[in-house]
Structure formats: C-alpha cells, structure tokens
Design a protein. Structure first.
Length: 752
C-alpha cells in the first residue's frame, strides 16, 4: 500500500481543524480570520497536546501562494479610477493615519529597546487596519449602509494600496539596511516607474486579448487564464526586484478594469479562500505561548497604543480630511485594530531575516485582542462624542462641522492648474512608455541584429536598423507627449484670455519638445559616435517629422482611443446592465442623506408585495429610487411594482432611517426550515373503504388537497399503468388511489 505524502497529511490536518474551529467561530459570530489563527495554533509544534504539522516548509510555501492570491483578489476589487473619484479627503485622512501610527509604532518599539528594523516593521504593522474585520463588524452591527462606513472603507482601500508600496519600501530598506534619502527616493521612483508602466501596458493589452477570445472562454478557461496572468506577473515582479504579492496585486487591478472582472472575482474566490485559509493557519502556527507570556506587557501596551492612537489620531486625520467631529470619531474608533496586512508585513520581515522571532507572535496576539474589541470600539464612538460634546465649546464644534460642510464643495480649479496637471501626467506616462520601449529594443532587438549582421563592417548597419525601428516604435508616444493638450479647452481659453499667457504656453510646448529630442539624442548617442551638435540636429529633425507625420498621428490617436475604451469598458458594461450609481448621489442637498443598496433576501416576507403595500416612505422615511433586477435598472418604480427575491433596492435616506429599514428587512424573513427532514414527500396507496368520508364526493369536494395538503396522482384500475383521476369522478367503495404528500399529512389522510 502506497504511503501518503507528508504534505497531504499536513493539508488534511490543517483543513480539518480549520473547518471545525471556524464552525465554532461562525457560531460565536466572530471573524473567520481569528478561527484560522486559532486552528494554526492548535496544529503547530508549539502545542504539545495535539497533533502537529510535520512539513512546515511546505506549509509556508502554500502560505506564500495564499498571500499572492489574497492580494490578487484585493486587486480585482480595486480600481484606480475609484481613487481618482474619491477626491482629496480620503487621501489626506489615509496618509495622516499611516504616518502618525507608523511613527507611534516606531516610538513604542524604541521605548522597549527593540532593534531599529523591529521598530520600523512594527510601525508598518500598527498603521494597517483590517479591511476584512471592519467590514465584518459593520455588517454584524448593521452599519454597512451608513455614510461614515463608506468613508472608512474608502480609507481602507487606500491603506491597502499604500501597504503594497510600504512592503516594497521595507524590502528596499531591509536589503540595504540603510535609511538614506537617496535610496528612498530611488526606490519610490522605481515603484512609480514600474507601476505606471504595468498599468498602462496591461490596461492596453489584456482587455484587448480577452475581448478577442471572449467567444472561446468559459468559466474553466477564464479561471486558468486569470491565475496564469496572476502568476506570470508575480514572477515578472520578482525579476525586477519586487515581491510576488506586488505583481499579483497589479495584475488584479489591471483585470479589475475589464468587463470580465466580476466573473473572474467569483471564479477566483474559492481558490483565494483555500490558500488564504492556509496562510492564516500558518500565522497561527508561529504563535508561541512562551513568547506571549514573556511579552505580555508589550502586548497590552501595543493594544492600548492602537486603541488610543486610532481613536485620537484617527479622529484627527478624518477631521483633516474634512469630516465633522461626530463622523470623524465614528471613523477613527472603527479603525482601532490590525489584521491581515500586518501579518503579511510580519511575514515579509521574517522571510528577509531582519526582524526578531518574537515580533510575529506579539503582533498576532495584538491583532486577536483588538479584533475582539472592534465592535465595542465602534459602539463606543457615539457615547464618547456625546460626552465630548458636553465639555467642548459649542463654537469649536460648529467650526469643525462648518469646515466639513465647506470641504465638500471645493473651488473650481484654475485653467492653468488643470492644464499643467494634465500635461505633466501625459509627459510622465509617455516618457515611461518611451523609456521602456527603448530598454526593450536595446536589450533584445539590438543583440539579435548584431548576431544577424556579425562583423565590424555590418555592426553599424545593425545599430542603424535598431535605431530606426526604435524611433518608429516610440514615435506615437513622442508625438502624444508634444502635441496632446495643445488644442484643449483650457489651452484655448488661456491663449485668448491674455497675451501674457502666450509665452508660458509656448514654453510648455518647447519643454516637451526638448524632452522628446532628449530621447532621440540618447538613442543616437548609444548607437553612434556622432558629435553632440549633429545628434541634437538629428533629434530636432526627427521630432519635427514625427509632429507633421499623418501616419504617426493616426497611430497615436488610434492607440489612445483604444486605451480609453479599455479603461472605460467596465463602466460601459455597468451602464448597459444598470449597475452604475446615479450621478446625483453626490449632489444631495442635505449631507446626512445619501444612497444605500439593500438586497432582498431569498426568504424575505416582502417578496410578492408591491411598494404601495410595503409603504417604505411612511414606515421608515426612505424612498426607493431604483431597483436592479437581472441586469436591468428600473428607475422611480411606481407603487404597483412587485418586490422579488434578489432585487437590489437603491434607497435614499439618512443613517438612522437606513438602520431601521435594514433591521426590518433582516427580521421579516421566513427563516430556515428547522424540520426539513419531516418535509420529505412520500407516495402512498389509499384504499377507499366502506366507512370512508370520501365516498360519493368528487376530488374537489373531498378536500384531499385543501384540507390534507395531499395530491391524488392516479387511480389503479388493474391496468399496466395508473389511470388519470378525473376531477368530476366521484369516489366509490373499493377505489384504489395513489396519493403524494408529506409524512404527517399522509398519516392524517389515512386516519380520515
């Protein structure tokens, strides 16, 4: 008999224990993440009373895969367009929270006398609140549709993005073990370069590829293709010096802009859940009870640091972002915990060998404690505000609230600011694309051409051919860099507004021409030995030719339109299927009123009733503005519109009204059938005896269906098959009928 590999035994142990523990945690209404951590602790070598995992190295390998798929799924749920639409408020809040909590973590670590790298990584861990835990807490407390919850989730999305960047930065710091400003700037530039390059190229190429093979892809193929792209980007990311998790996140965010994003997300979710569970179990395996006892005081102080730090500094950060004091306190108190990204950062520190072994279990313990306290912190926010309101001057509270209201309506940007911002973004993006194209040509095409044309005499021909091909490849980028926005509305308005604007406007064009000439100069300088004056002249001639070339203009415009189409494809799909939120959402006059979505459960008592019968306006003060059903949107439904299970109701109201509405939606349900086994359908033979009450009655008069909830399926007349029982036929003594019904109903019928 063949032996089972140790990895399979370990996997069986992990999943079995994790399944049992998570069922218990589900029963206790606790986050499943904590259940996985407890399961990992139970199967770890540090637990002497239970069976332990044998091959820890293989488990950690699976855990690394879990991190990669977790971040891939996070990227699928993320869109850079969401960040751009958020405005400055969440960005200000996020940056302030991360900076303050990181510095606080570093200071606490130094107070304990820990090493410099321990302090730096600790700061990163304390700055990362848990998206999973907060979302679960909002859902359990019925707060997910409230306005402040949306603000918290926006900040958490930004935190997750900055966590990815922070991981790259920490890797760079750990590898050099230096904190020099030059190295930090170099790392930031490298991150920005590859981030923009991958996003632009990915959004251009991958939706085009998926669109071309859309008719050939089913769910199985799409899952394999998606995971293949994820792993390929993870490998490529490691080749250029980043982590595999960073590459997986980037690929997820690229696929998030495709029409197939939601479909991919559903297909990948089981894979993410499996490997993610293994990752969190591996986190629990590193918890050593001896370390927890030894570091009990630092654990308690770190818990207090997070609770007080987020309550105070988090509130301050949201106030800076333009929120009222009450809303800011509710947001700040909600973020008082650490979670999955803290574990990932700790895993990174351990894999790089730069943090102490005790830090990982300490952070896990802190996460577990703060997770249990999260619902209480969320509930504490309102009483804390009420108490603070009684002691603070009313003028100060009014000033803070006035600041938040005025923050919503910022002044329109000037034409100069908008124009220069757009020109700068275009120049940076097209410069990165040009640089990457030149690097690819010189890395792959130039050696190939030199092998194809060997010898000193043909060496210059190889260089010349490569140079010409490189210029042809980058020409659309250079033209777009120089010409784009020169005919925009802002440019025209500034040109006609004043003669003093014309010289600066011409200067913006000249600067971009100089940058384009610099790229041509670099190509000539790399491939030839011409004088500088000649290379500059060649650069000017080439750039002018590119500007006036109709063929290059057509290529440039076509590529840009295709990119914009790919970028907007998911928005277009959302509009077609009625999923896009209405534009007036951000323009409601009362800032306490907003739009929230509620899904009608499959067992809701509301189904089959009309909006007039349900009377939401009178009962809860909310108004149904739209109903999403089967990919269609019904706007302003009338009172005769019937509610069906699975309908998504877009409702206008305040936080208080939403709470009452949600509570009623959740409570008015039929609930699960607790006696499902008794509802099995049985087939019985019934003989009409001399004393039967059914003799002389028709099927309808007998009440077999109405009174006994049974159904006559046939009459036995000695034939090979049953005869159909006619409704107007009257029962006679000796009739043999076959009846279908539930067990209790059949018993009652037989006794009749």
């Amino acid at each position: 008999m063949a032996e089972i590999p140790g990895l399979i035994e370990d996997l069986a142990l992990i999943l079995t224990v994790a399944g049992i523990v998570t069922l218990i945690f589900k029963r206790l209404k606790q986050p499943l993440v904590l259940g996985y951590i407890v399961a990992g602790f139970l199967v770890s070598p540090n637990m002497p009373y239970t069976t332990s995992v044998v091959d820890m190295a293989s488990v950690h390998l699976w855990a690394d895969i879990g991190v990669m798929f977790l971040l891939f799924s996070l990227g699928l749920d993320f869109s850079f367009k969401k960040i751009l639409r958020m405005g400055a408020s969440p960005i200000i809040s996020t940056c302030t929270i991360i900076f303050c909590m990181s510095m606080l973590g570093v200071c606490v670590g130094q107070a304990f006398g820990w090493s410099r790298m321990d302090c730096i990584f600790l700061g990163g861990m304390l700055a990362m609140s848990s998206t999973t835990i907060i979302y679960k807490a909002f859902d359990d407390l019925g707060l997910r549709q409230q306005q402040f919850a949306g603000l918290v989730m926006s900040v958490l999305i930004l935190e997750d993005i900055l966590a990815i960047v922070m991981m790259v930065m920490l890797s760079a710091i750990a590898s050099g073990n230096e904190l020099g400003g030059g190295q930090m700037i170099q790392s930031v530039i490298k991150i920005a370069f590859f981030l923009i390059l991958w996003l632009v190229v990915g959004i251009f190429a991958i939706p085009l590829f998926l669109r071309s093979v859309r008719t050939l892809i089913n769910n199985e193929v799409l899952l394999v293709v998606s995971l293949g792209l994820c792993c390929a980007m993870a490998v490529f990311s490691t080749k250029v010096g980043f982590s595999s998790a960073f590459g997986a996140f980037i690929m997820g965010s690229i696929l998030a802009e495709t029409v197939e994003a939601e479909r991919i997300e559903k297909l990948v979710e089981p894979v993410k859940n499996l490997f993610g569970a293994i990752f969190f179990v591996s986190v629990g395996m590193l918890v050593d009870p001896k370390i927890l006892v030894e570091y009990a005081l630092p654990i308690l102080l770190l818990v207090l640091t997070i609770l007080v730090g987020q309550a105070v500094l988090g509130t301050f950060s949201f106030i800076l972002g333009g929120e009222s004091l009450k809303s800011a306190m509710r947001c700040g108190f909600s973020m008082a915990q650490i979670g999955e990204f803290s574990f990932i950062i700790a895993s990174l520190g351990l894999s790089l060998g730069v943090i102490s072994d005790f830090l990982y279990p300490v952070v896990v313990a802190v996460s577990v404690i703060t997770t249990f306290l999260t619902p209480y912190m969320i509930r504490l926010a309102t009483p804390a505000y009420n108490r603070l309101e009684r002691h603070l001057p009313k003028k100060l509270i009014l000033s803070l609230n006035h600041l938040s209201m005025s923050h919503q309506h910022s002044m329109q940007q000037s034409n100069w600011k908008r124009l220069l911002t757009q020109m700068s973004i275009n120049t940076v993006v097209y410069s990165i694309l040009t640089s990457a194209s030149i690097a690819l040509m010189f890395t792959f095409v130039l050696p190939f051409m030199r092998r194809l044309l060997p010898g000193w005499e043909l060496h210059w021909y190889a260089n010349a051919i490569t140079g010409i091909l490189t210029v042809i490849l980058i020409a659309p980028f250079l033209r777009a860099m120089v010409m784009k926005k020169n005919k925009s509305e802002e440019f025209k308005a500034l040109w006609h507004e004043s003669n003093r604007n014309r010289v600066p406007l011409i200067f913006t064009i000249l600067v971009r021409i100089v940058i384009a000439v610099a790229f041509i100069f670099y190509i000539c300088n790399y491939l030839s030995r011409f004088t500088n004056a000649l290379m500059i002249s060649i650069g000017l001639v080439v750039v002018v030719a590119i500007i006036f070339s109709r063929w290059i203009k057509h290529r440039s415009i076509t590529m840009e339109r295709l990119f914009i189409q790919n970028l907007r494809s998911r928005d277009i799909e959302a509009q077609v299927h009625g999923k896009k939120r209405p534009l007036y959402e951000g323009r409601l006059l009362d800032r306490d009123i907003h739009i929230a979505e509620f899904t009608v459960p499959s067992d809701s008592m509301w189904m089959g009733q009309t909006l007039k019968q349900l009377n939401f306006g009178q009962k809860y003060g909310v108004h149904v503005s739209s109903i999403l059903r089967g990919g269609r949107r019904v706007n302003i439904p009338d009172g005769d519109y019937i509610i069906f299970p699975g309908d998504v109701l877009q409702v206008i109201g305040s936080d208080t009204q939403f709470t009452a509405f949600r509570d009623k939606l959740e409570s008015e349900r039929f609930g699960e059938d607790q006696e499902m086994e008794k509802r099995e359908m049985k087939l019985r033979q019934l003989v009409i005896g001399s004393g039967s009450p059914f003799i002389g009655k028709t099927l309808i008069e007998s009440g077999i269906r109405d009174l006994y909830s049974c159904m006559v399926v046939g009459l036995e007349e000695g034939k090979e098959s049953l005869s159909q029982y006619r409704p107007n036929r009257r029962f006679q003594e000796g009739d043999i009928i076959w009846v279908v019904g539930e067990l209790e109903a059949l018993d009652a019928l037989m006794k009749a």
